[in-house]
Design a protein around this ligand. Structure first.
Ligand SMILES: CC(C)(COP(=O)(O)OP(=O)(O)OC[C@H]1O[C@@H](n2cnc3c(N)ncnc32)[C@H](O)[C@@H]1OP(=O)(O)O)[C@@H](O)C(=O)NCCC(=O)NCCS
Length: 154
């Protein structure tokens, strides 16, 4: 299992965009598949925020996680560095890959000098808490209650 920059494997952008859009597309009115793909193409141009890490087994794409300045406009003032779009393909779940990607993103943020990292999650608070994230309040995004969480990467 390797964690790599999407920037080094841009050929995976279309598949990743399809997965992300199928998972989260219903939450955002204007976030079409084309927009999702354009965002990831942009991430694939750089190895600093905003960017995306991917998990590969050989050539096979298993998952991804992103580091972005803003994950929801409503939370713009809450934090300026977010773990976003953690995704593991269904066949690869439950064997630690989500934890591996999350830890890799936190380590990457530390390398970037990011002192505090946030995320929001509707239902995976327990998963992130096991990985050292702290609860940082709650919010409601488009009618969905979410947990806000943070971690100090350094
Ligand atoms: C959430 C998600 C990323 C987790 O990915 P994953 O690879 O299954 O995560 P892990 O395997 O690291 O951990 C998941 C659970 O499996 C358990 N687990 C980890 N390794 C395991 C193993 N070898 N055997 C059995 N269980 C294991 C973990 O303890 C964890 O348990 P928990 O639910 O009590 O926290 C994945 O389910 C996903 O992509 N979901 C859809 C998108 C999504 O909801 N993303 C999160 C947005 S906030």
């Amino acid at each position: 299992m390797d964690i790599r920059y999407l920037a080094d494997h841009p050929g995976h952008v279309p598949a990743l965009a399809r997965w992300h859009h199928a998972q989260w597309g219903h939450l955002y009115d204007d976030w079409t598949l084309d927009v999702a793909e354009a965002e990831l193409r942009d991430h694939a141009t750089r190895r600093v925020m905003p960017t995306t890490l991917i998990a590969l087994e050989g050539d096979q794409l298993l998952g991804s996680v992103s580091l972005v300045e803003e994950d929801a406009p409503e939370l713009r003032d809450h934090g300026d560095a977010w773990l976003a779009s953690l995704y593991v393909r269904p066949e690869a779940r439950g064997r630690g890959l989500g934890a591996l990607l999350t830890r890799a993103l936190v380590a990457f943020a530390a390398d970037q000098g990011i002192e505090r990292l946030w995320l929001f999650t509707p239902e995976h608070e327990h998963f992130y808490r096991q990985l050292g994230w702290r609860s940082d309040g709650t919010a409601t995004l488009r009618g969905t209650p979410v947990h806000l969480m943070d971690i100090l990467p350094a």
